[in-house]
Design a protein around this ligand. Structure first.
Ligand SMILES: Cc1ncc(COP(=O)(O)O)c(C=O)c1O
Length: 383
């Protein structure tokens, strides 16, 4: 078959490859401790499931407006008012099937061939994949352990040019768990403003913070001029398989993004949007889940620091730790394979998130405390 050459510029995700390897080992009867998966291991809250069931029973199963049902867009505006320092209008909100389509549509809508895009390295692989797909120029900003993996405004200032079209922020951050401070977010917004660049703020882990409050870059222009806030239900409400998210941005951009959505999926699933309204009011379930994650984070960071050749800083958000493994003398890829083969511990090499991840592994602590302790003991023995 002859495929479109542009397809060669889209890349897959290593997380899915490691998961497949781990599952193959399990099929052979080997016990695998999973730390590779980027999704909460908790059930979707009952109230959300009830919301979907009720909508199904009421036959809310047909096409709905492409931009999303008004009731959910209004609920998103109220939720943003409670969790960020501004309230968007429903016209600024697009309901999408997951956070990824929000990233995809906004990058396709704004980036032209030859534009420069600034993004974190290591970072969520979709960003660099879409920079390739749009034929734009990669401008990665290396995140440094000595700066607790926060993207530095000074580094952005150094790399920004007249051709920079977009700066991508992700706080709390995958894969390092770092969180930008309020003054850093403000400084980055100012850089974007001075250079007339767009700011894409991926806030999918906004609710998963442990000590520090989450701030959004979108508060400086109310997402009405240059910032685009993307968030969703996958992580905060343990709803990865439901596929529900939203993009908030300038009205004109949202209209353009709606055209992408019309051409690809017509609308986001109707009865799942009804369930989303329930989720946005359920702060209790989020709090309980975050309390559990905090406990696990403390156990895993302590444990990883006891493993020979590992050094691990305390992540501030999301549910990932990113230990430095240079002391083991192995490359990230090599060590990830070694841990899976020798100890049945599935993790991702830092390089799955870009060259800046060399020397690190990503552990997702969406796993029980017992599993965490067992994995730490096995690694202590093996290394
Ligand atoms: C930083 C980041 N953005 C976006 C996503 C995708 O979210 P969704 O499953 O809602 O599309 C993920 C999932 O791992 C992520 O880590």
């Amino acid at each position: 078959m002859k495929y479109a050459p542009s397809l060669d510029r889209l890349h897959s995700e290593a997380a899915f490859e490691v998961l497949a390897k781990a599952k193959a080992l399990e099929r052979k009867g080997k016990r695998v401790l999973h730390f590779e998966i980027g999704e909460p291991d908790f059930d979707t809250p009952e109230i959300v499931k009830e919301g979907a069931k009720k909508a199904l029973d009421e036959n809310f199963t047909h096409y709905v407006p492409s931009q999303g049902i008004t009731e959910l867009r209004e609920a998103v505006c109220e939720y943003i008012e409670k969790t960020r320092n501004f309230k968007p209008t429903p016209e600024q909100v697009l309901i999408v099937p997951g956070v990824k389509p929000g990233i995809f549509y906004s990058m396709l809508a704004l980036i032209n061939e030859g534009d420069e895009v600034i993004y974190p390295d290591p970072g969520f692989p979709t960003y660099s994949s879409l920079v390739d797909y749009t034929n734009a120029k990669h401008v990665p900003i290396k995140l440094l352990e000595k700066n607790e993996f926060r993207m530095s405004p000074d580094d952005i200032n150094e790399k920004i040019t007249g051709k920079t079209r977009m700066i991508i922020l992700n706080s709390p951050h995958n894969p390092t768990g770092s969180m930008l401070k309020k003054n850093e977010i403000k400084a980055i917004y100012k850089i974007a403003e001075d250079n007339d660049a767009y700011l894409l703020s991926d806030e999918v882990y906004s609710q998963m913070t442990y000590e520090q409050k989450h701030y959004s870059a979108a508060e400086y222009d109310n997402a009405s001029e240059r910032s685009i806030l993307i968030d969703g239900f996958s992580k905060s409400f343990a709803m990865t398989g439901w596929r529900l998210g939203y993009a908030i941005g300038p009205e004109e951009l949202i209209k353009k993004m709606t055209v992408f959505l019309i051409n690809s999926v017509s609308c986001t699933n109707s009865f799942i949007q009804k369930a989303g309204i329930k989720a946005l009011k359920d702060f209790d379930s989020v709090k309980k889940m975050v309390d559990k994650f905090r406990e696990r984070r403390n156990v895993i960071v302590k444990g990883l620091n006891e493993v020979n050749g590992f050094r691990c800083i305390m992540p501030m958000g999301a549910f990932y730790t990113f230990p430095n493994i240079t002391g083991t003398g192995k490359k990230s890829n090599e060590l990830a394979d070694y841990l899976l083969e020798k100890a049945g511990i599935a993790v991702l090499p830092g390089t799955a998130f870009g060259p800046g991840g060399e020397g690190y592994l990503r552990f997702s602590y969406a796993s029980s405390i017992e599993n965490i302790k067992e994995a730490v003991e096995k690694m202590k023995e093996l290394l």
